[in-house]
Design a binder for this molecule. Structure first.
Ligand code: AMP
Length: 425
């Protein structure tokens, strides 16, 4: 029979790599507690309309990349391409904005789905971690979410990071700038790529971050949004920049940064790594002060970001960073023959109840072969149980790293193993 393979652009994650995922997730959860964010879990499947309205129907995501299908009731459903729209839907649906707290701070982990051309660092199912903060337009909160993204990447040991920062204005100043940009770029339409020519009237800001060299050249002398902000946006941006400076977060003002989602207002940012190939963005986000009301809620300011876990792991590997990963069980119990299985199984239970990580050989093999298995499993100790050990209740404990061995009475085995394991840390 033919093997069934995973869907193109979708990956299985398992041991030993899964340990890196656990490390990242545990570290992030701890930081989220410190920063005062709580977890939110929303469904993978949402009504298509949420993303059409929330992400924006001029974006590449909505136009080309969504996994959309009709369910059995002929309702159009979409596998979420990003996390923010679902979180906002939930906040609105559960009336959370009026809940009395000064602001709402959520974080999430989850799979996202985009029908993109797979390549290194670009998948069709990928995992994001993100934060969303609702209920305040304070520039300190913009600075806080940038600080979180930067800190998490630093805590993973990543270096050569570039925090790119820009402001893309608001509904007051952006339409005025839009006309200026269209006028400037229309005069250079011939140099723009086919896609940008199309974008020009619909979403001219997107032309600014096009990677095609002739587009980049056309944009280089263009007016920039950040130089054309209204006084409210300019004041806000100045405060974000000052707050980042106060806490020592380095950033690069990147006037061409616009981000691929329609909902952003004011602050936009992205963190890139020099250790990635073409897909060099580890994470990005920005402020979105109009999305909550566009999705049916009360006018509520918000800011957030998302980062891609797969890309972070690629960067960790290419920088050869050694993380302290979870260890395999310490103990491998080896019954020398089937006659010792029952005794061994009981000992296995006792050790596990005491919190000692243990596994047991369940096949009859030569002792040498058992020791090889113990090595493969990464155990530190082998407890060897033959008929003599069962009768005398004196067990043979081999320290597989120190290559030494001792006889330990069954009554002392737990405390012995615990003290040894503690000593090894
Ligand atoms: P975005 O939601 O497009 O702003 O993406 C935020 C982060 O998610 C990016 O910086 C990447 O790290 C990650 N990401 C986005 N798209 C993909 C993808 N197709 N495959 C892997 N990671 C992705």
């Amino acid at each position: 029979m033919d093997k069934i393979t995973a869907v193109k652009g979708m990956e299985d994650i398992f041991y030993p790599d899964i340990r890196v995922w656990h490390y990242i997730e545990n570290m992030i959860r701890e930081q989220m507690r410190i920063f005062g964010y709580t977890e939110i879990r929303t469904p993978i499947l949402e009504k298509t309309e949420l993303f059409v309205r929330g992400v924006g129907n001029t974006t590449d995501i909505v136009k080309k990349e969504m996994y959309t299908f009709n369910d059995k009731g002929e309702r159009s459903m979409t596998m979420r391409p990003e996390g923010t729209a679902g979180v906002v839907r939930s906040v609105v649906e559960h009336n959370m904005t009026g809940a009395g707290a000064p602001f709402l701070k959520f974080y999430y982990f989850g799979q996202m789905y985009r029908y993109e051309r797979p390549q290194k660092g670009r998948l069709r199912q990928f995992n994001q971690f993100g934060v969303e903060c609702f209920g305040t337009d304070s520039p300190y909160v913009d600075a806080e979410v940038i600080q979180i993204l930067y800190l998490l990447l630093k805590k993973l040991g990543l270096s050569d990071l570039d925090v790119k920062l820009n402001s893309i204005g608001c509904p007051e100043c952006r339409p005025i700038f839009r006309e200026k940009a269209i006028a400037y770029l229309s005069a250079r339409k011939e140099s723009l790529c086919a896609e940008c020519r199309e974008r020009l009237e619909i979403n001219p800001l997107r032309v600014y971050d096009c990677k095609v060299p002739s587009c980049a050249a056309a944009v280089s002398g263009a007016p920039f949004m950040v130089d054309n902000l209204c006084s409210g946006c300019a004041d806000h941006f100045g405060k974000v920049v000052a707050a980042l400076g106060d806490v020592g977060i380095p950033y690069t003002l990147t006037k061409t940064l616009v981000r691929g989602l329609d909902y952003y207002t004011r602050t936009a940012f992205e963190v890139t790594s020099k250790h990635l190939g073409a897909q060099d963005a580890l994470g990005g986000g920005g402020r979105y002060d109009n999305l909550v009301d566009e999705l049916g809620g009360p006018k509520t300011s918000a800011v957030g970001f998302a980062m891609g876990i797969e890309r972070i792991i690629i960067a960790i590997k290419s920088q050869n960073i050694k993380l302290e990963l979870e260890k395999p069980p310490d103990v491998y119990i080896i019954p020398l023959s089937a006659g010792e299985f029952d005794y061994s199984f009981k000992l296995l239970w006792d050790l596990r109840l005491e919190g000692i990580g243990a596994q047991m050989a369940v096949a009859e093999k030569k002792a040498g072969s058992h020791f090889k298995d113990a090595d493969k499993l990464g155990a530190r100790f082998a407890v060897v149980i033959g008929s003599d050990e069962v009768t005398s209740e004196n067990l043979t404990v081999k320290d597989l790293t120190a290559h030494s061995q001792e006889k330990i009475s069954s009554g002392n085995i737990v405390s012995y193993l615990k003290s040894k394991a503690a000593g090894s840390n």
